[in-house]
Design a protein around this ligand. Structure first.
Ligand SMILES: [Zn+2]
Length: 154
């Protein structure tokens, strides 16, 4: 019994890769989609509905042998403000960073204005982040503000 449990732990520990933690439980699969994790072939562990002191319930994703660029990380800021990304090298956490909002967000958020040209033409949406603390985005085409709670992903 002891032995089995130990080997399970070894599978769960990452030698090299990225751990994405503090994901709201209902957003775990949004993270999977935004980072394109469905099409990579390194081992991925996805945990959802895990108990968390701070959040009540949270999700965590571990991706072996894969690191993400600043741009890829910044996409996650539209999902939740508190996502933490840890970089693992040789079983050690070498970097831990909280995902922050970039100055602009291209192509991942839908404009909430039904008349906006981006909802009618095959073009990429572009939003300026006008308030990073409150998570307010402004559409560059129609100037409509979108607040954190109203953000819809494309
Ligand atoms: Zn718009």
């Amino acid at each position: 019994m002891e032995k089995t449990r130990k080997s399970e732990l070894l599978v769960a520990a990452l030698q090299n890769g990225t751990v994405i933690d503090h994901i709201p439980s209902d957003k775990v699969f949004d993270v999977v989609n935004l980072l394109g994790l469905t099409s990579i072939d390194t081992p991925i562990t996805i945990g959802a509905n895990l108990s968390s002191h701070k959040m009540g319930s949270k999700g965590i994703i571990k991706i072996a042998d894969r690191y993400f660029t600043e741009k890829e990380c910044s996409k996650l800021s539209v999902i939740a403000p508190n996502i933490v990304m840890s970089i693992i090298r040789d079983y050690e956490v070498v970097e831990k960073k909280r995902i922050s909002m970039p100055n602009e967000i291209c192509g991942i958020v839908k404009c909430g204005n039904p008349k906006c040209i981006t909802n009618h033409e095959p073009m990429q949406t572009v939003f300026d982040v006008v308030d990073k603390d409150n998570g307010t985005l402004r559409c560059r085409y129609c100037n409509k503000d979108i607040h954190k709670g109203e953000i819809k992903l494309l």
